[in-house]
Design a protein around this ligand. Sequence first.
Ligand code: SF4
Length: 408
Amino acid sequence: MDLIGKLEILADAAKYDASCASSGGEKRDSSDRKGLGSSGGAGICHSYTPDGRCVSLLKILLTNACIYDCLYCINRSSSHVRRARFTVEEVVALTLGFYKRNYIEGLFLSSGIIRSPDYTMEELVRVARTLRETHQFRGYIHLKVIPNADPRLVEEAGRWADRLSVNIELPKPDSLERLAPRKEIGAIRRSMGHLRETIDEASVPARRARRRFAPAGQSTQMIVGADDADDARILQTSASLYGSYRLKRVYYSAFSPIPDASQGLPLKPAPLVRENRLYQADWLMRFYGFDVEEIVAGGEGGMLALGMDPKLAWALKHRDRFPLDVNRASREDLLRVPGLGVRTVDRIIASRRVRSLRADDLARLRVPFRKAAPFIVLPDHRPTGLLDRVDLASRLAPPPRQLDLFAA
Ligand code: SF4
């Protein structure tokens, strides 16, 4: 199989890993469409560096052959997909080639398990080492860590990579046991713990110059809808992962049925809008001071409402806490107003030190006034009666739209 054939298979297989942001990015140089593949930018995803820059990454697997048989995975050993495997040298050459042509700013590399966790980890490390040492590659590298791999290999991976990730896979340990019998939650959590300790140690200012270890931190991916875990359970698992291992991100990946699927799996895909609501809820936990119980209380029976974002759902269930005076309310309270984001709240607080804010000031701050209006008071605005309207939810929540991560 030639390199382009392998690229088509291994870029496509990598799209199921959501632990670096979106896939399907546009190619930058449309004059050479052939080289990058004819599948509309296959293999390019986007991720964010610690300073907030969005970077394009070549997102591939080293191989989609795997000795494990995780039932939810298209690459499991019993699957009948076409298999391919890059050599280390091929991944290095592809990365450098795309980088020089300005298609990408880095590499996201994962793999099925070849022979053993150690063997696989060693191959991944070899790619990163060759790029850094032999070719002085300065681009971004995100490597997947294989649970149960020798800690010395993981140490080395962190020396070359900007970010490392270990996939938690499923929200509940018993689901992992049932659907991925060769994976152990203990090994996954140990790997995350080891990463956290090493990242913490290396980020002490006195040591930073001597020891580089995954400066962009660690992330993980959780599959949503492959088991019966509700949104409350998923968010509790995320909250525990953020708290215990200081993850930069938990990525949620809506389960979609795979060919020849096991009977233990749902026949229908999880709605992508559920994935979207979980990302919004995750954001509320990390930046808006909400805890899991508050967020899911906005939905029903442990599930987030699909028809509106979780912050609006919470506000509608807690109308007694509104309206808030924009010129006097605490930062913590303002963060709970639908339509007010973190940056906007900080700008409101800075501006109101100088003078009292009015409705047109919020318009200048690009606040979606229609959404925030029922929940706030300003010198020239009072939401008289609005908050008590029985149809407030339908007035504020636009009809849900099915999103598709891999469209186009
Ligand atoms: S270890 Fe499991 S999830 Fe990972 S590639 Fe192999 S079968 Fe798929």
